[in-house]
Ligand binder design. Structure first.
Ligand code: GDP
Ligand code: IMO
Ligand code: MG
Length: 423
């Protein structure tokens, strides 16, 4: 049985949590493969909104096992908070949530290092979520990190101490004013580690291999989006993992020839939270309307998301890098009421018109070239089938399908599980 992927194609927050939740009824296993609590995945059903950061978005379904893969970085303190928030739903988390021994741990000092690094950058800061993601992946690739499997060894606290001491020296090196009480942070961390240890740690690549062999259906859940990928994103304003399809192979131990469908998800417009270039960003009333109607505030940090028109140059790039086989368009309902819609189909790049995503998309190099399309007035949020969708929305969708050369299989018309239209 092949492993399917679900990936964000923009700068994150495309609606991955909602769609994974919707798709879980068709899968036996949902596996997160990268990122950590920088992610905020929102799902809504039965009038309740849930935000998950590390736990895969299949957790609310009885049928599915959820795996946190080796490519993920885990902060035990945030993980504990997520578990606590789930307690009242009586989900039997212990029998359906497994954690890779090879996943790396975010220590309290990783978070402090993230803050120190950002403070030292001043205006050039990345706009990190300050969850310690960069420093933890740095320790992973620097071969200094602590892994979940280490917690099963008797000397893990010594390993912790020596790494935390090194981090303290590094924090001092930054020479910035960061206030913290490490003893207090450590007390929380050690308590949370004990809770983490009550869950089942597995060799997840072996678990997934056996599951595949037994015919189980597996969906890999991405975090962030392709334009935040450490290699293909808008570096250095990116996260520290491979958010693209290849990240699922390294983040779960699934071989490339075992990948089935690559489901790519995008918003009908574009958002970005944090710093970095964004060619189609709007600073006018249209952008303000998208933010207000779309309720565009970060699920992890609460920061307002920057909003702009759909960028097809960037989206085509993401479709190609990932090998997307089917698309899902989210938040079309937010565009209801716009007289005209714009879609960026090319960039004016250093005086030349280009249609590929270049090395550098800073505003001084790139001006978007737009195609204009008619908008629609109808409220989409109560629509339940494709034949109800307004003509202008169908024209928008068909235009995108032609440009992207991939079918749009799902149109999402609201945050709830039920507000999902299949095409
Ligand atoms: P993720 O990080 O990709 O899982 O996305 P987030 O949860 O961070 O952000 C997506 C936001 O849009 C959440 O608040 C969702 O509840 C909401 N959402 C998802 N799909 C739709 C949709 O089709 N319409 C509207 N209006 N909201 C949606
Ligand atoms: P989900 O999974 C949107 C952004 C941050 C910052 C940059 C680096 O919910 O789509 P980091 O904390 O990783 O060092 O931050 O990446 N970022 C996200 N933006 N959605 C996310 O996740 C993000 N995770 C990180 O805002 O610009
Ligand atoms: Mg999010």
């Amino acid at each position: 049985m092949a492993v399917d992927l679900l990936l964000g194609l923009q700068w994150g927050d495309e609606g991955k949590g909602k769609i994974v939740d919707v798709l879980t009824e068709n899968y036996d296993i949902i596996a997160r493969f990268q990122g950590g609590p920088n992610a905020g995945h929102t799902l809504e059903f039965d009038g309740i909104k849930h935000v998950l950061h590390t736990i895969p978005s299949g957790i609310f379904h009885k049928n599915a096992v959820n795996v946190v893969g080796n490519g993920v970085v885990i902060d035990p303190v945030i993980f504990k908070k997520e578990l606590d928030a789930l307690k009242k739903f009586k989900l039997d988390v212990k029998s359906k949530l497994f954690i890779s021994r090879k996943a790396h741990l975010i220590l309290p000092t990783h978070r402090l290092l993230d803050a120190a690094s950002e403070a030292s950058k001043g205006k050039a800061k990345i706009g990190s979520t300050l969850k310690g993601i960069g420093p933890t992946y740095m320790d992973k690739t620097g071969r200094n990190g602590m892994r979940v499997g280490d917690l099963e060894l008797s000397d893990w606290k010594e390993k912790y101490r020596s790494l935390a001491n090194k981090h303290e020296a590094m924090i001092n090196f930054y020479d910035v004013d960061i206030q913290y009480d490490l003893a207090e942070l450590e007390a929380d961390f050690f308590k949370a580690v004990e809770e983490l240890k009550t869950l089942t740690f597995i060799d997840s690549e072996e678990y997934l291999y056996q599951a595949q062999k037994a015919g189980k259906k597996i969906l890999a859940e991405g975090a962030q989006g392709s334009l935040l990928d450490i290699d293909f994103g808008t570096y250095p304003f990116v996260t520290s993992s491979n958010t693209t399809a290849a990240g699922a192979c390294t983040g779960l131990g699934v071989a490339p020839n075992q990948i089935g469908e690559v489901k790519g998800i995008f918003k009908a417009y574009t958002t970005r939270v944090g710093s970095g270039p964004f060619p189609t960003e709007l600073f006018d009333e249209d952008g303000e309307t998208m933010g207000r109607v779309g309720n565009e505030f970060g699920a992890t940090t609460g920061r307002p998301r920057r909003c702009g028109w759909l960028d097809l140059v960037a989206l085509k790039y993401a479709v190609r890098v990932n090998g997307v086989t089917e698309l899902m368009m989210m938040k079309g309902d937010v565009l209801s009421g716009f007289e005209k819609l714009k879609v960026c189909t090319a960039y004016n790049y250093k005086g030349e018109q280009i249609e590929h995503f270049p090395y550098n998309i800073e505003a001084e190099n790139v001006t978007p070239v737009y195609s204009e399309m008619d908008g629609w007035k109808e409220d989409l949020t109560k629509m339940t089938s494709a034949d109800q969708l307004p003509k202008a929305l169908n024209a928008y969708i068909e235009f995108l399908e032609k440009e992207l050369e991939v079918p749009i299989k799902i149109v999402s018309v609201g945050p709830d599980r039920t507000q999902t239209i299949l095409r």
